[in-house]
Design a protein around this ligand. Structure first.
Ligand code: ZN
Length: 193
């Protein structure tokens, strides 16, 4: 498929990517990401998305911690003030997404193959799984819907998980095919000290 100028926007607007961003930075992470394809200051971002600047900064921190966004820093010579321009690293976002999904897939397969030996938590509502470490760090709540995660996997869940695995395979190969080229984008960051 040929790449187009709209691909970054289309990529971020994809349902799976929106869910992934939400799982990193909460409810507003997708809208912030969609407005950060080009560098933008946190204040402009807050005004554009109609979200409090303090909340925007908190979400930016979470996304930056995960490595899916970066910033340029410049300095006004007269005032000595620093200016920050935040932007999405599409290459890192696609990597982080694919890595997470591969891990989910591996976990599901492991749980399907050896149901006694492997602990996996599930949110049935969102059809997402979380391994022990992630579930613990989330305090056993789904980051997408706040439902308490369940580790008592039923036979019905196993059937559901087999479908989830199939869905992950389909979705990741589609994203690789359609948006893999975003990975080649070169980012130059400028950080004036
Ligand atoms: Zn959920």
């Amino acid at each position: 498929m040929r790449s187009s100028m709209n691909d970054p926007k289309k990529f971020i607007e994809r349902k799976e990517i929106q869910l992934f961003l939400k799982s990193i930075g909460g409810e507003y992470a997708p809208i912030l990401a969609a407005n950060m394809i080009e560098p933008i200051s946190d204040e402009d971002l807050a005004a554009k998305c109609n979200i409090r600047a303090a909340d925007v900064r908190m979400i930016l921190n979470k996304m930056h911690y995960m490595g899916v966004i970066d910033y340029n820093r410049s300095k006004d010579k007269e005032s000595g003030w620093y200016y920050y321009g935040w932007f999405v690293r599409l290459d890192k976002l696609i990597d982080a997404y694919l890595q997470q999904k591969e891990e989910d897939l591996k976990n599901i397969e492991q749980r399907l193959n050896d149901s006694d030996a492997f602990t996996l938590y599930i949110c049935r509502k969102c059809e997402q799984t979380y391994d022990f470490d992630r579930a613990t760090s989330l305090l056993y709540h789904c980051p997408l819907c706040e439902t308490i995660l369940d580790r008592d996997i039923t036979d019905e869940d196993l059937k559901k998980m087999a479908r989830m695995a199939e869905q992950i395979r389909k979705e990741t190969s589609e994203i690789r095919r359609q948006f893999g080229h975003l990975h080649a984008k070169k980012y130059k960051t400028m950080k004036v000290i």
